[in-house]
Write a protein that binds this ligand. Structure first.
Ligand SMILES: NC(=O)c1ccc[n+]([C@@H]2O[C@H](COP(=O)([O-])OP(=O)(O)OC[C@H]3O[C@@H](n4cnc5c(N)ncnc54)[C@H](OP(=O)(O)O)[C@@H]3O)[C@@H](O)[C@H]2O)c1
Length: 299
């Protein structure tokens, strides 16, 4: 009979099974965090549409709640060891207020807020950044142990290019040579999972970027190499970009995005941080990795 010898790095005792509430659980980051945590912990995935979330394969126990509905939020938050707080509407600051009030009332032990790196830039005074700053202040003043995650732009924004890449082999963007130290959403999710499940993060803020700043033009070249086909970059004028944003967003949001793009043009988003290394003990994934994993969607 062979005897199993535990590998040296195996923990002597299993990690405790935690109850973790995730809001925005069907979104880019929340769905990835739920998928990472669900095999080891009890995940409560908050969504307005549990049936749709189930069909899409969102992990965890789906709990129906709107961010405005305290009564519906209670079972999601009751006694949770941690809450990943993800909200997404800068025109609704009341969402964070309601969530935090309910979290306090329901005895949540740790709140981890998905914020944005722009909050640290005094030059960033657009509506979205002001909203994130205010939400961060609500978290700090909530009386609950808190941690702030401040990512730069998600690499997944490049998914917006799928239709024009497929049909014309073209990527269009404004300020095409301006650089952003964008980050792989999987790295943000891994960082969030670490902070939600390990001690020592209360009262800390983490600046999360990718390993290098890239422009849309450079991303286009890297994507073309990965797809083994030529892609053309088309620089949008400010008017053209404004029209696109206005078609997609309410005017105040479009205005904030335009301001944010101008800050990027001025070089405000090139800085690279070591937040991922601090939290995960490894380098953040480069855009080429993200492009390799998502290449089939561009074909
Ligand atoms: N995108 C970027 O490059 C970037 C960069 C830095 C920071 N951020 C920050 O990241 C956050 C957004 O994260 P994300 O992109 O992962 O989110 P997301 O994909 O936009 O998803 C947000 C989720 O929130 C849920 N939701 C929206 N309104 C709700 C309501 N009234 N009640 C209950 N649920 C509601 C929706 O779920 P259901 O429809 O299932 O209810 C949705 O799936 C924002 O705070 C943003 O500022 C983004």
């Amino acid at each position: 009979m062979t005897r199993h010898t535990p590998h040296r790095t195996e923990p002597a005792t299993p990690l405790p099974r935690l109850t973790i509430a995730v809001t925005g659980a069907t979104g880019t980051i929340g769905s990835r965090v739920a998928a990472r945590l669900a095999p080891h912990h009890h995940v409560r995935a908050v969504t307005r549409d549990p049936e749709a979330a189930e069909r899409r394969g969102v992990a965890g126990e789906k709990i129906r709640a709107d961010f405005t509905d305290r009564r519906a939020l209670r079972p999601a938050l009751a006694g949770a060891d941690a809450l990943l707080l993800i909200t997404s509407d800068p025109l609704r600051p009341d969402h964070d207020e309601t969530l935090l009030r309910t979290a306090r009332e329901q005895g949540v032990r740790h709140v981890v807020k998905l914020s944005a790196l722009a909050v640290t830039d005094p030059g960033a005074q657009d509506l979205i950044t002001r909203w994130q700053r205010r939400c961060e202040a609500l978290v700090r003043d909530s009386g609950l142990p808190w941690t702030l995650l401040r990512p730069r732009a998600f690499m997944s924004k490049a998914l917006d290019w799928i239709p024009s890449v497929r049909t014309e082999g073209v990527v269009s963007a404004v300020y095409g040579t301006s650089r952003n130290s964008c980050i792989d959403p999987d790295d943000i999710a891994a960082a969030a999972a670490r902070v939600l499940t390990t001690p020592g993060h209360a009262g800390r803020s983490y600046a999360l970027t990718g390993p290098q700043a890239l422009s849309a033009r450079e991303q286009t070249d890297l994507l073309a190499r990965r797809l083994h086909r030529p892609l053309r970059f088309r620089e949008l004028t400010c008017d053209q970009a404004w029209e696109l944003w206005r078609r997609r967003y309410p005017e105040p949001i479009a205005r904030a995005i335009a301001e944010s793009a101008r800050r990027q043009q001025a070089g405000a988003k090139e800085h690279v941080t070591d937040g991922i290394r601090q939290l995960l003990g490894r380098e953040p994934a480069p855009f080429t990795d993200w492009a390799a994993r998502h290449a089939p969607r561009f074909r």
